[in-house]
Design a protein around this ligand. Structure first.
Ligand SMILES: [Fe+2]
Ligand SMILES: [Fe+2]
Length: 355
């Protein structure tokens, strides 16, 4: 039982808090929920796997339901269950992922926005994304950047559905209340001011750059990273230089500086050799993985997520994880995007290796 003195003290505190509340003031020690997370991130997101076998039929169904004309983009978001409970959207607390489709003859009109975006091509051929006056023809496994405030539109001139994975930093930009959006003025598609595939031609070979090329933007001048080159580079890697946590692991970088492709999002490609099981580690960067080829599983905080081609996996920050290739004869390839560059810029990136 508490003493009368303690009772008076509690009442005085409660009166004091009530008085402060009227003035929109709050004592910092009264913010219980936040003090609980002082020793590490709290679970704003859960690990989650979206199966291609479930996503694909649903994105195909949208063809008869909506057009890009109706809805700007025919895209379905991959929503983390925990974030949805919290009334938020996204695959992780900083990253959104969505599957987008265009059909032959369709155009997704030109616009730009302050959230940065990237595409990983999942299926199809004969469509392009135009970015900053350059057409990038898309093929499965390609990475295409549409950095913050660059105009981008999509058009399909081939046959069959064209499907890709969009990755954006929307939750981050919303949290700093800086979400701007604008249509390209006066026309559905932007003016083409560069030859097709210009940036991919400029940086055709690692270690060589056009001597007179000038660039002062905070993102990579290479817009399309063709899968063909990425796969060749992964194949050519020196096996002794495999990393314990990701096996043969390449970062997509700005070819002029070696920095991450965009300030808020970085991208990686990895080859898990047959039978490989990586060691576990954790980092406060969150990531979204796309299974480009092969099958295997990722163990996150002791739970096994079995994946195969086309699946998408959300890894929240500060969760122990390890990857395994389920095949003893075939390589498995993952492409991932992450908020790691942002955390490194802020000087708060943390990583820990497991047993
Ligand atoms: Fe967009
Ligand atoms: Fe990792």
């Amino acid at each position: 039982m508490s003493s009368p003195g303690a009772e008076d003290q509690r009442k005085a505190q409660a009166d004091f808090y009530a008085g402060l509340e009227q003035l929109y003031l709050l004592p910092n020690w009264a913010r219980e929920a936040e003090s609980q997370v002082a020793h590490g991130p709290h679970a704003a997101a859960v690990p989650w796997l979206w199966k291609w076998s479930e996503v694909r039929p649903n994105i195909l169904r949208t063809v008869s339901l909506v057009t890009p004309e109706d809805v700007e983009r025919r895209a379905i978001g991959l929503i983390n269950p925990r974030l949805r409970e919290l009334g938020r959207r996204g695959a992780t607390p900083t990253l959104t992922a969505a599957v987008q489709l265009i059909m032959p003859g369709e155009v997704a009109v030109s616009h730009h926005h302050t959230p940065a975006a990237l595409r990983v091509i999942m299926e199809g051929k004969g469509a392009y994304t135009a970015v900053d006056g350059e057409r990038c023809w898309m093929e499965p496994g390609d990475l295409i950047l549409t950095p913050a405030w660059t105009f981008h539109d999509h058009k399909h001139e081939g046959e069959g559905p064209m499907i890709w994975l969009d990755g954006l930093d929307v939750p981050l930009i919303r949290s700093i209340d800086s979400n701007f959006f604008e249509r390209y003025p006066g026309q559905r598609q932007q003016a083409l001011t560069q030859p097709d595939g210009a940036s991919t031609r400029r940086f055709a070979s690692a270690g060589l750059r056009p001597a007179a090329f000038k660039w002062d933007k905070p993102y990579s001048p290479l817009t399309r990273y063709p899968w063909e080159r990425t796969e060749q580079a992964l194949q050519a890697m020196i096996e002794k230089e495999a990393t314990p946590f990701d096996d043969l692991y390449l970062e997509y970088v700005n070819p002029l500086t070696g920095a991450a492709v965009m300030p808020s999002m970085g991208c990686y490609a990895q080859r898990l050799r047959p039978g490989v099981q990586t060691r576990s580690h954790r980092h406060n960067a969150s990531a979204v993985y796309y299974v480009c080829r092969g099958s295997g599983y990722t163990t996150i905080e002791g739970k096994r997520f079995e994946w195969c081609q086309g699946d998408v996996l959300a890894l929240p920050g500060w969760h122990w994880h390890a990857h395994a290739n389920g095949s003893t004869t075939e390589d498995a390839y993952l492409i991932s995007f992450t908020d790691e560059p942002l955390l490194k810029y802020l000087g708060i990136f943390r990583e820990q290796s497991g047993e």
